[in-house]
Write a protein of this length. Structure first.
Length: 274
């Protein structure tokens, strides 16, 4: 079984995402929409025995609680596998079984990512798919580990391949591996932001792998002028998360961080790492 966690903070496309997952999963699943600091009226709830709504109470400080919600859902999940999916995504047919088929005990797996056109609920054809990502050199110099699309030429036909980092709008792993990591760390990172850094660096520095599986896909709605940021942001909290991730990995554990980068060198726009 796959347990799918969908964190939401007043998301416009939550129901579209849930229904899309229900329509395209081919194996046994359960879905945990996690409503962060809000509730939905009964007529807006999807009535399906595989869907189990969870609710996080507001704390009075507009704190984003995405990490807390993921941890809560995983703690009660029945699946051998767990997946986190943003509440503004569509998925490929059979995504669940395709990802499980090629997922080792210490892997984080990411499907190929397209951009979502939400009104027609289709993938956009005017932008390329994303398989690989890296952290931008310019952002690193500003103490921010920001993922960016990486076109790794010559690797197009490697259908399951290592990647340095990810967007973190969708990730998949065995529940036992998530538990071994110690769940997501709220202290320091805060409840939202830099999930990619936390998860991939935990994997890279403990013998795990972060891989893209190009045999399946999902499509993600990126924030923009039309729809704004989907998961309502607390900018101060986001900055605290950025600062902590940089201090923890790029200062306190700099040697380990640089060792990880060297495995993927050369990295676009970075100076030589060898």
């Amino acid at each position: 079984m796959l347990s799918i966690i969908i964190p939401s903070r007043k998301e416009r496309f939550l129901n579209n995402t849930i229904q899309d997952v229900l329509n395209n999963a081919t194996g046994e699943i359960e879905i945990f929409p996690v409503l962060d600091a809000y509730t939905l009226p009964d007529n807006e709830l999807i009535k399906d025995p595989r869907v189990h709504y969870l609710h996080l109470e507001p704390d009075g400080y507009n704190t984003m609680q995405k990490r807390q919600g993921i941890n809560m859902a995983v703690s009660i999940a029945k699946g051998e596998y767990v997946m986190s999916l943003d509440a503004h995504c569509m998925v490929g047919k059979g995504f669940d079984e395709i990802l499980a088929k090629d997922c080792e005990d210490n892997w984080i797996v990411i499907p190929r990512r397209y951009k979502l056109e939400p009104i027609s609920w289709t993938t956009r054809t005017d932008v390329p798919a994303v398989d690989y990502e890296y952290w931008m050199w310019d952002a690193y110099n500003k103490h921010y580990l920001k993922p960016y699309h990486w076109t790794r030429l010559g690797r197009e036909n490697i259908m399951i391949d290592d990647t340095l980092t990810m967007q973190a709008s969708c990730w998949f792993m065995k529940k036992s591996y998530f538990q071994k990591m110690g769940f997501m760390k709220v202290e320091g990172y805060t409840g939202w932001g830099q999930e990619d850094v936390e998860l991939v660096m935990e994997a890279h520095t403990t013998g795990g792998r972060v891989v893209v599986n190009k045999n399946t896909w999902y499509a993600h709605l990126f924030k923009g002028k039309t729809f704004g940021r989907m998961y309502e942001a607390n900018n101060l909290q986001h900055q605290r998360s950025r600062d902590f991730a940089y201090e923890y990995w790029c200062v306190q554990r700099k040697d380990e961080f640089m060792d990880v980068l060297k495995r993927f060198a050369p990295i676009p726009n970075w100076p030589p790492l060898e």
